[in-house]
Design a protein around this ligand. Structure first.
Ligand code: ZN
Length: 242
């Protein structure tokens, strides 16, 4: 089975549409969403609608939780907080209850998914470097874990002896006796200096993970942020991928 793994759409409908078009062209039947469907962007309802229609498995992210009062918003920076509060106001009751009922983690075939970290998914910790990745391998049993949250695609590989290495987000095949924690990057607000929408594909038969970067209509996504009187920095950063 081939799975497209997408994360951190963040209300960016233009990026979400571009990624879904590519996934359709690749003829990938299953789309898995790692959360943060909303927050930051100007089209939260449109993004929830796309996820509900096209994703077969979905878990919750911290911005989804913040928008529907499951996580306190004082842990967000001011611009993020403003966007998350606005998002909470514009979502329908039905969309709010959909987000409120999403799980925090899930096992699918031979892999696990979580938005932040596998030790305590509702604490919303950030996994950025291999020193943080090492201990986290003890909190799940699958060979492969996909996560998002940092908006930076990366691979942490644990050899049989326990040593952890960081790999660039480039295609790889899982090796026997090795385990992997893979960040698929962000669809709607990349932060690795590359403004193109990021996602990954996992082929569970070939045991292969592939990364994709797709251009999208950034100008319209920026306009949607500004039209809704959200902080200008949220529009600016899309152009830089920061
Ligand atoms: Zn996010």
């Amino acid at each position: 089975m081939r799975y497209a793994i997408i994360s951190d759409i963040h209300g960016n409908l233009q990026a979400a549409r571009a990624v879904l078009e590519v996934i359709e062209r690749l003829d990938i039947g299953r789309i898995v969403c790692l959360g943060d469907i909303v927050g930051y962007g100007g089209d939260p309802a449109g993004c929830v609608d796309l996820v509900r229609r096209f994703c077969s498995r979905v878990i919750i992210g911290n911005h989804d939780a913040g928008a529907v009062d499951l996580t306190p918003v004082d842990c967000f920076n001011p611009a993020a907080r403003e966007a998350v509060l606005w998002t909470g106001r514009v979502l329908s009751d039905e969309d709010r209850s959909y987000l409120q009922n999403l799980p925090y983690e899930m096992d699918i075939e031979d892999y696990r998914i979580v938005h932040s970290t596998p030790d305590d998914p509702a604490r919303w910790s950030y996994l950025l470097v291999k020193e943080e990745a090492g201990p986290l391998f003890d909190f799940f049993s699958a060979r492969l874990l996909f996560y998002g949250h940092t908006h930076v695609p990366v691979v942490f590989r644990q050899e049989a002896g326990g040593t952890v290495y960081e790999q660039a987000a480039e295609a790889f095949v899982l090796k026997e006796k090795e385990r992997y924690i893979v960040n698929v990057g962000s669809v709607g607000q990349p932060r690795d200096g590359n403004p193109r929408a990021s996602f990954a594909v996992y082929d569970s038969e070939e045991k292969k993970v592939t990364f994709y970067r797709e251009p999208y209509d950034i100008v319209t996504a920026q306009q949607r942020i500004l039209e809704n009187d959200l902080p200008g920095i949220l529009a600016d950063r899309l152009a830089y991928g920061r």
